[in-house]
Design a protein around this ligand. Structure first.
Ligand SMILES: Nc1ncnc2c1ncn2[C@@H]1O[C@H](COP(=O)(O)OP(=O)(O)O)[C@@H](O)[C@H]1O
Ligand SMILES: [Mg+2]
Length: 605
């Protein structure tokens, strides 16, 4: 197959195929220009691409299936189903290292929850916030406030649209009634035929209803002739049982009216609005609504419009936090509903801004009148609750779900599922997935790393125009990802750490092995002088070396020197040249020139 491709790449046949979508004039007129096309893209295009759909390997993709997470997903669902019963679910705290599927599982569950709530018309909203991005109380509350304001406005628009269609139906109904009355007057002398047209006499206005009241009993199936003496509630009975199924604690078998505005639980109680008038016939447009007249519907529309205008969006900065909170609170409480707030990377929020946000959110339920809030916190840091106020800790941790690291076999399954969609048929050689899984299992069972490896291996194969991804591509991908990580870590180090690291690099470059702290300190001191930086104490420099060790950039082992005590032996654990290049890309360090003399300092001491 590959041979076929490369043979035909340069042939006319392919050229013609490639332009077959254009007019034939093109071909004839422009053939002379062919020389100017150097085939920059031809080769790239002609190779059978490795990927079928690379997007499914990216972190932003939410998979539909999450193998090896059914326990965690089921536990979340068991807790959250309360929301569909109109009850407040317990707060949940989810723990696990990065790449263990926390975000993917939580998003999957929330999608299911929202779609089920729509199916049964149970009011339930889920809001997701990534606290690594939204990392202050102000921003979390502002974002939530604005999201709920948007949701409220959407709902209000839906309600208004429904009410407007009721008005339309009323108009049609009135017109129809008028026409039938006219017909009836034409065709008969208003004898026994009359009843056929009577139901249509119930038009929207109070006056006309009063006018025709006597005919109700003739057509009212439920109450017969006596109906006019019976409390109008009896006429409402079928509707009430249907509408109240929402409150009974169980998802109804058949969904009730999707819009609470038109259901019996609406703000206008049907008893009040219709108590002084006759029941409406079953096919009357207002029959299944809490409204007794056209003007009531119109008033309600006005009211809703006014509500909509009253919501004020929170600016991203500038307000006092308590004002933001109160707008958020009111927006949440506008409607009867259960609200699930999902705070991902919650440890980042607490680290940066303390636990005020969580404290405020977890206390809301005692003050909300219409709605209930439930919080799902997701943390990569297993110990972050140590920093929480005990009240917040116990409230937030009502339920805890742990996401353990994946082992190599589980990672294989995950990769297999994704690769079926991501790659062309034979793009993967057999050892690729097991190797990606093995590498990622060493990296604390990180599925994100496993997927990154697979994607990067595919890209490297594609770049080298290989037909299939092989083991070597995975190894290259591992190196590349590791290097990318190092570059990122080194790039973002504070200047003092960069200087310490640079000192170690200079020593290694000059062939010094088993470097000790004193040697590093001497070179470091010179570097500081060179760029006019403060010189830290040797003790602090020792600390910085330990930090670099923890970041995996250097390796520092304590060795015993017998009666001379113990010392650290330091070596670089990342590629020297690339790391040096990153350091020198820092404008302060790039000022250091002629490094040779510094290194000689070592031998002077
Ligand atoms: N069980 C799984 N099945 C399929 N893909 C998974 C699974 N667990 C994690 N992933 C994928 O791995 C990546 C990291 O998962 P994520 O949920 O973001 O981890 P976390 O939030 O725990 O850091 C995402 O691309 C996600 O889709
Ligand atoms: Mg996550």
């Amino acid at each position: 197959m590959s041979d076929d491709n490369s043979e035909t790449t340069g042939s006319d046949e392919v050229e013609v195929d490639g332009t077959s979508g254009f007019s034939t004039d093109f071909e004839n007129a422009d053939l002379g220009d062919e020389e100017s096309n150097q085939g920059l893209f031809d080769d790239l295009l002609s190779g059978e691409p490795i990927f079928e759909n690379k997007e499914v390997l990216r972190p932003s993709y939410t998979p539909h299936e999450l193998p090896h997470r059914s326990d965690q997903i089921n536990k979340m669902a068991t807790i959250l189903v309360a929301a569909l019963r109109g009850e407040t679910p317990s707060n949940i705290l989810i723990y696990g290292k990065t790449g263990t599927g926390k975000t993917a599982s939580a998003k999957f569950v929330s999608k299911e929850l929202e779609s089920t709530s729509q199916k049964y018309s149970v009011p339930c909203d889920v809001e997701y916030i990534n606290c690594e991005v939204t990392d202050t109380q102000y921003r979390v509350l502002a974002q939530l406030a604005n999201k709920f304001i948007d949701k409220n406005k959407e709902r209000i628009d839906d309600r208004i649209a429904d009410l407007e269609s009721v008005l339309d139906a009323l108009e049609a109904y009135d017109a129809d009634a008028k026409r039938r009355r006219a017909d009836a007057a034409d065709s008969s002398d208003r004898t026994g035929e009359e009843t056929a047209s009577d139901p249509f006499d119930f038009v929207s206005s109070e006056e006309t209803r009063a006018e025709t009241e006597t005919t109700v009993s003739e057509t009212d199936l439920s109450a017969g002739d006596d109906s006019s003496d019976i409390d109008t509630q009896s006429g409402d009975l079928p509707l009430e049982t249907e509408g109240s199924s929402n409150e009974s604690g169980q998802p109804p078998d058949s969904p009730p009216a999707a819009d609470p505005e038109l259901a019996d639980t609406g703000p206008l109680d049907r008893d009040e609005t219709t108590s002084d008038s006759a029941p409406l016939p079953p096919d009357h447009p207002l029959e299944s609504t809490p409204f007794g007249s056209r003007s009531e519907v119109e008033d309600r529309i006005d009211e809703l419009e006014a509500d909509k205008d009253s919501f004020e969006e929170v600016p991203m900065t500038g307000w006092p936090t308590d004002r933001v909170y109160s707008v958020f609170f009111d927006a949440v409480d506008y409607d009867e509903r259960v609200v699930v707030i999902m705070l991902d990377e919650i440890d980042k929020l607490v680290e940066k801004s303390g636990d005020d946000t969580l404290y405020n959110l977890s206390r809301m339920n005692s003050e909300l009148e219409n709605s209930r809030v439930s919080i799902i916190g997701i943390s990569n840091d297993l110990k972050f609750t140590d920093f929480l106020d005990p009240r917040v800790k116990s409230s937030l941790g009502e339920e805890e779900i742990v996401f353990p690291p994946y082992d190599a076999n589980q990672l294989r399954d995950i990769l297999k599922h994704r690769s079926e969609v991501a790659f062309k048929g034979n793009a993967l050689s057999d050892d690729v997935i097991p190797l990606c899984a093995a590498f990622a299992a060493q990296e604390h069972g990180d599925a994100r790393r496993a997927l990154d490896l697979l994607r990067t291996a595919g890209e490297l194969a594609e770049r080298s125009q290989a037909e299939t991804i092989v083991e070597e591509h995975v190894r290259q991908a591992q190196d590349k990802i590791e290097l990318d990580r190092v570059v990122e870590v080194v790039r973002t180090l504070p200047t003092q750490s960069k200087l310490v690291l640079f000192a170690i690099i200079l020593l290694e470059k000059n062939g010094v092995h088993s470097i000790n702290t004193g040697e590093v300190f001497n070179i470091y001191k010179r570097l500081c002088e060179e760029i006019d930086a403060d010189v830290l104490t040797q003790r602090r420099v020792t600390d910085l070396i330990s930090e670099l060790d923890m970041l995996g950039i250097v390796n520092a082992v304590v060795v015993s020197k017998g009666r001379y005590g113990r010392t650290k032996e330091i070596s670089l654990s990342v590629p020297l040249e690339e790391t040096e290049a990153v350091l020198l890309s820092d404008s302060r360090l790039s000022d250091i020139d002629d490094v040779q003399p510094f290194v000689q300092a070592r031998f002077e001491n």
